[in-house]
Design a protein around this ligand. Sequence first.
Ligand code: 5GP
Ligand code: ZN
Length: 112
Amino acid sequence: MDDCIFCQIGQTQADTHLYSDERCFVIRDIAPSAPTHLLVIPRQHVTSLQAADPAQEVLLSHLITIAEQMARQEQVHQSGYRLVINQGRDAGQGVDHLHLHVLGGKQLPPLG
Ligand code: 5GP
Ligand code: ZN
């Protein structure tokens, strides 16, 4: 997808990748809402969680596995962290390429 910012970052900005493999890469969010705010992004252009098909179940679990590894690398695994996927308008999804937020490094606001 030529006009997708995350596809572009995946293909051209390897120097910004904190982690990379054949299925996903990890970058820091450009507008962090916590001291640790990472994005785990599949290389495949899947527009959203809803658009992921059952064949991508393994990919989804891989994203979570990498998020946990990154939390360890960022030293927030003991203090705690939050994983977030925004799906669609009401969640405020701003980039139409599936991604997993990893948030930590401070007391995060309660969800309820
Ligand atoms: P969403 O709201 O779609 O769940 O999250 C999109 C996230 O991507 C936002 O937190 C936003 O700050 C981040 N973002 C958007 N464009 C860029 C970019 O060009 N580089 C980086 N590193 N993050 C971006
Ligand atoms: Zn994309």
